[in-house]
Design a protein around this ligand. Structure first.
Ligand code: HEM
Length: 492
């Protein structure tokens, strides 16, 4: 009877000491850190609601910086995370010492094939896949996709015109989302435009599922062996995601084969790689196209929404950007911006770079240590398997690197003012070997949208839209919590 009482007590005491030991990880490695809290580590109860550690990582950056540390550790519950904050050290992690950090640390397994995509792959497999996918974003391939973007941009413009005629304000997040879903569904899934309206809500639904933060799953993946998880039927994305995208792509490919249709688009190019013993399988095609949606939708849609919001607040910037667009259109044969004209949109480039500085969609870059790493000039060791986070948002808002960092000011990105900005302190597309593969495509779809939004219409903040936005931490991407409603008028 007595042992029945003592055994649970002994187990609880043992558990307490195991957890205490786990929270001594950074102390044992002489890495700067704050005292962790029982269960939560460096995060607090808020994470249970939002599931997103962004605010905690921002706080860790400032705590480390105030103490003069070049890097430090935090705990996400019991999972140690290493945060380099010194720009030279970050460059080493992302570029020169990339071999030690050659992974994003995301769960992936062949059995859960949709998780085994370019972002999660590591080592040689990643290198080979990247070498096959890079040619799908050459200027010639982008030019091929341009007419599709322009067509959907035109539809978006018609929606704006309709709202103007009805004297209704425009919900920018919604119009932008419709445009981008149409573009991605057509360019990466080969879906014909007439079936797009029905698919819109499904794409939106599964897009949300894909981009949900997942701290508890992350915890599970950091504790349990990935082979074991995969054999137990574990799936990185909620289960419906795999079924939806697999059957979507299968239908498109089957339809094309049946009708002998070749569209020479992204899906055709990567499907060809599955033929005659090529390097990809059908599963790779599904994982790739699905990831292109995951990578390209909310990132671009949040960027465009923030930019339209700031343009509505900063009328001088809006006018200057419109002047650039109009002057390019004036010199073009049909009064429209061509693919070749995109490179002339220099002020648009500055606006996009500045908005990505203020609101980087990936507020932090993830990495995992793939080989034991000695931090240069120290005897401190980062163990293989350690999760690493680069605090992009905090750095891009640091006054040591950007003047007036809390204000949106495209002049920050002008060639003359670049001297105020410290090299390598802007990482919205990442950098090094894992640099965003789609950044040129992203620029193209954003510039087309800007041209369509601004050429004939003027925007002001609607009374329903706040002067300062807050953030929705229910997504991996840094999204605005509020709707962005703008009053619109036709420029006569
Ligand atoms: C504003 C829009 C976008 C932003 C801010 C963005 C940002 C990023 C970032 C920060 C990374 C990780 C880089 C690193 O780890 O160093 C990334 C990776 C990636 N992005 Fe983007 N992205 C955007 C749009 C797109 C689009 C439209 C596509 C494709 C259609 C795309 C495809 C990818 C791919 C394939 C990777 C993985 C690269 C690899 O691991 O080799 N992204 N992106």
């Amino acid at each position: 009877m007595t042992s029945l009482v003592y055994i649970p007590i002994a187990l609880l005491v043992a558990l307490y000491f195991v957890l205490k030991y786990k929270h001594s990880y950074w102390t044992r490695r002489k890495i700067p850190h704050d005292t962790p809290r029982f269960l939560f580590g460096s995060v607090d109860e808020k994470i249970l609601g939002s599931g997103n550690p962004t605010e905690h990582i921002k706080k860790a950056y400032w705590d480390l910086k105030k103490r003069g540390d070049k890097h430090g550790g935090i705990y996400l519950f019991y999972n140690p995370i290493w945060i380099p904050i010194d720009l030279k050290l970050i460059r080493k992690v992302l570029v020169t010492d990339y071999d030690y950090f050659a992974s994003h640390g995301f769960f992936h397994h062949k059995k859960d094939f949709i998780s085994d995509h370019i972002f999660s792959k590591e080592g040689e497999e990643w290198k080979v896949l990247r070498s096959h996918l890079s040619p799908t974003f050459t200027p010639a391939k982008l030019k091929n996709m341009y007419h599709t973007l322009y067509k959907f941009g035109h539809r978006m413009e018609e929606q704006i015109l309709d709202s103007c005629k009805k004297c209704q304000p425009v919900n920018i997040k919604d119009t932008t989302a419709i445009y981008l879903i149409q573009v991605i569904a057509s360019c990466f899934f080969g879906i014909e435009s007439n079936s797009l309206n029905d698919l819109n809500s499904k794409f939106k639904y599964y897009g949300k599922q894909i981009s949900q933060p997942r701290p508890l799953r992350f915890l599970l993946e950091s504790i349990v062996n990935w082979d074991l998880l995969a054999h137990l039927g574990y799936s990185f994305f909620p289960s419906g995601v795999r079924t939806f995208f697999t059957s979507l792509i299968k239908d498109v490919i089957d339809g094309r084969e049946k009708d002998s249709v070749t569209r020479k688009d992204f899906l055709d190019t990567i499907s060809q790689m599955t033929k005659n013993g090529g390097p990809l399988t059908f599963e790779d095609v599904v994982a790739t196209s699905t990831f292109m949606y995951a990578a390209g939708f909310e990132t671009s849609s949040s960027t465009l929404s923030y930019l339209m919001y700031e343009l509505a607040k900063n009328q001088d910037v809006q006018d200057k950007l419109r002047s650039e667009i109009l002057s390019i259109c004036k010199n073009s044969a049909d009064g429209e911006i061509t693919y070749e004209d995109l490179s002339k949109m220099k002020y648009a480039d500055m606006c996009v770079a500045e908005i990505l500085r203020c609101y980087p969609p990936l507020a932090q870059l993830p990495r995992a240590c793939t080989k034991e790493y000695r931090i240069p000039g120290t005897d401190q060791i980062i163990e293989k398997g350690t999760t690493v986070v680069i605090p992009v948002w905090a750095i891009q808002n640091d006054p040591d690197y950007f003047r007036n960092p809390t204000e949106f000011d495209p002049e920050n990105m002008s060639p003359e003012n670049q001297k105020f900005n410290v090299d390598d302190a802007w990482f919205a597309f990442g950098y090094g070997p894992r640099l965003c593969l789609g950044y040129k495509f992203a620029h193209m779809q954003m510039k087309v949208a800007l041209a369509k939004y601004l050429k004939n219409y003027k925007y002001k903040l609607n009374i329903a839209t706040p002067e300062r936005l807050t953030f929705n931490f229910d997504s991996i991407v840094l999204l605005p919590a509020e709707n962005i409603i703008l009053d619109t008028e036709i420029i006569s």
